[in-house]
Design a protein around this ligand. Structure first.
Ligand code: ZN
Length: 187
């Protein structure tokens, strides 16, 4: 349904259209196969390898990030955590403005591209230019998801799925705690 559960996008799509809400037999078999395959390998190296390849403009030691961020921000941005659905005040925020990275203040998303995905996480159909980077997240044993991070500091923001609205058809499912909202200056 969303970030935390993160069924494959195709399954999400089916569920959205109300197609029984269950895996088809074929999808189930595929998921089972994938699960078997990943369980037989160690999960950590994939992510560690990918992170090693990524370098960012803003880098801090783990201790520096820990003191710069709140415990909740640190858990999401630096440890790839996921906030509990429907806990972020930004989920239902539709004021005009810009959503910045909570760690380095880079503008990430405009309110113009925000929509209510019904998932309980702030959702957007596109990021601002040159704002984000992506990687393959294999931390869930039954599927690979596309992870989204701040391109400047590498802070984990959420995931992107292919069941969003037009014109992009994408759903950037973000953790509200990883962002701060800057309202458009009035007047
Ligand atoms: Zn950042």
């Amino acid at each position: 349904m969303a970030c935390a559960i993160a069924l494959p996008a195709s399954v999400n799509g089916l569920k959205k259209k109300g197609a029984s809400g269950m895996f088809t037999r074929r999808q189930f078999a595929q998921a089972g196969l994938a699960a078997t395959a990943s369980l037989s390998t160690v999960r950590k190296p994939a992510r560690a390898d990918e992170e090693k390849k990524m370098t960012f403009e803003i880098t801090k030691t783990d201790a520096e990030w820990r003191s710069a961020l709140t415990p909740q921000q640190y858990r999401v941005l630096r440890k790839h955590g996921t906030e509990t659905a429907r806990t972020s005040p930004l989920d239902k925020n539709y004021e005009p403005g810009v959503y910045h990275c909570a760690a380095c203040d880079l503008p990430l998303f405009s309110s113009d591209a925000k929509y209510d995905s019904g998932t309980g996480w702030p959702s957007f159909w596109k990021p601002l230019d040159n704002a984000i980077g992506t990687s393959i997240d294999r931390s869930l044993f039954f599927s690979a998801r596309t992870e989204v991070h701040c391109r400047r500091c590498g802070g984990h923001l959420g995931h992107v799925f292919e069941d969003g609205p037009q014109p992009t058809g994408l759903r950037y499912c973000m953790n509200g705690v990883a962002m701060k909202f800057v309202p458009k200056a009035s007047g």
